[in-house]
Write a protein that binds this ligand. Structure first.
Ligand SMILES: NC(=O)c1ccc[n+]([C@@H]2O[C@H](COP(=O)([O-])OP(=O)(O)OC[C@H]3O[C@@H](n4cnc5c(N)ncnc54)[C@H](OP(=O)(O)O)[C@@H]3O)[C@@H](O)[C@H]2O)c1
Length: 136
């Protein structure tokens, strides 16, 4: 039986744990090729074979989405491996729980660089490639 996301390539950023990893599992289990990233591959490696048995449908990379050049390399590599990109889930993010008065400028900048700039970079790079997919 054809699965919902069969032959669809889905990028999920921040997929090493939490919401991103849950989405990655759901998409993979519905037949998608999944391209996953986070800064550290630690979480992606933990129990990885159990989560994603068919490794031909999985691509992992440790990148920092706040760095545009790293996003670019990742997106190109995904396109190279799977031939195109259908879905982007921007899940990489930093959660800060410091009260506003105690939040340093440095941490606040990191939040903006990751949650806003990272989402912008990935979206711009992927949207530019949606139309290029073969057999769209
Ligand atoms: N959990 C909630 O209740 C909730 C509610 C509303 C919104 N959100 C938002 O939803 C997103 C995911 O939440 P979550 O609870 O799943 O968070 P989480 O468990 O902390 O996971 C965050 C993921 O993002 C990755 N990440 C962080 N900075 C990154 C960077 N610069 N480049 C690439 N990957 C990066 C982390 O891996 P590395 O550390 O290895 O990079 C991790 O895989 C966040 O943006 C959060 O603000 C969460």
């Amino acid at each position: 039986m054809m699965q919902l996301l069969e032959n669809k390539t889905c990028i999920i950023t921040g997929a090493s744990r939490g919401i991103g990893q849950a989405i990655a599992k759901l998409f993979y289990n519905n037949g998608a090729n999944v391209a996953l990233c986070s800064r550290s591959l630690d979480g992606l490696g933990e129990g990885f074979e159990d989560l994603f048995v068919d490794t031909s449908r999985v691509f992992c990379s440790n990148i920092d989405v706040s760095q545009k050049d790293q996003c670019q390399v990742f997106v190109e590599a995904v396109k190279e491996k799977f031939g195109g990109i259908d879905v982007l889930i921007n899940c990489a993010g930093i959660i800060t729980r410091e009260p506003t008065l105690e939040l340093s400028q440095e941490i606040w900048q990191k939040v903006l660089d990751t949650n806003l700039n990272g989402t912008f970079y990935m979206s711009q790079l992927v949207f530019a490639r949606y139309a290029e997919k073969e057999n769209w």
